[in-house]
Design a protein around this ligand. Structure first.
Ligand code: E4P
Length: 216
């Protein structure tokens, strides 16, 4: 399973880059808009901070604009994944990019018919937005399970990255549902390893150890 941080914040990226197992950084226009640097400067900076994939999204309004942006962006880091919106223009642009062996991700995927088109377009990834799905009382986890079964039925190698994750339990649920990858905020990533039982156990070990070395 691949694991990504959903952020463009330098401090956060620097911190998590110490985790050698992280597969990279995902961004989107809203995440980039929170930063002071230009888009290109920011993405290049992220590429220097981490060893892994850097995901960046095209903002063009038609297939030609998306294609040209994607070609430019793919040179910004060593390993760029191009995020393309799941719509007609995005499908056209993706077709051209896949032919050029560029890794494409269809973003904002919410229906199984979109999943079928992604498989036909032979893109590398799709991003179902699980948290945003759940916000409308639709079942994000179930959607991932069904998307996985569509890909299996079609013998597709397209991977599913669970996005818009709001809690560690959602990560667990998505792994059970068959997600190939997950991306999460710094906040959710930090909650992944936290447990008061771990802290209590460690406090007890430390106390016993201090007593032991003092009485030796
Ligand atoms: C990741 O690639 C997505 O852009 C991200 O997870 C969006 O999630 P949000 O609902 O937190 O904005």
């Amino acid at each position: 399973m691949e694991l990504y941080l959903d952020s463009a914040n330098t401090e956060e990226i620097q911190k998590v880059s110490r985790l050698q197992f992280l597969d990279g950084i995902t961004t989107n226009p809203s995440i980039i808009a929170k930063q002071s640097e230009s888009f290109e400067t920011k993405i290049k900076q992220i590429g220097r901070l981490i060893d892994g994939k850097v995901w960046c999204q095209v903002t063009g309004e038609n297939a030609e604009e998306m294609y040209h942006q994607a070609i430019e962006m793919s040179g910004w880091t060593k390993d760029t994944v191009i995020k393309i919106p799941m719509n007609f223009e995005g499908l056209v642009a993706a077709g051209e990019l896949v032919k050029k062996n560029i890794e494409v991700n269809f973003t904002l995927v919410y229906s199984l018919s979109q999943v079928i088109l992604a498989a036909k377009a032979n893109v590398a990834y799709i991003s179902p937005y699980v948290g945003r799905t759940d916000n409308y009382s639709l079942d994000g986890k179930r959607f991932i399970k069904e998307a996985k079964s569509v890909f299996q039925n079609l013998n597709s190698s397209t991977k599913i990255i669970g996005a818009s994750i709001k809690s560690p339990q959602t990560v667990v649920d998505l792994v059970h549902a068959g997600a190939d990858a997950v991306t999460m905020s710094y906040d959710v990533l930090n909650k992944m390893f936290q447990s008061p039982l771990t802290d209590m156990g460690l406090d007890q070990f430390n106390e016993d150890w201090q007593n032991y070395i003092q009485n030796k």
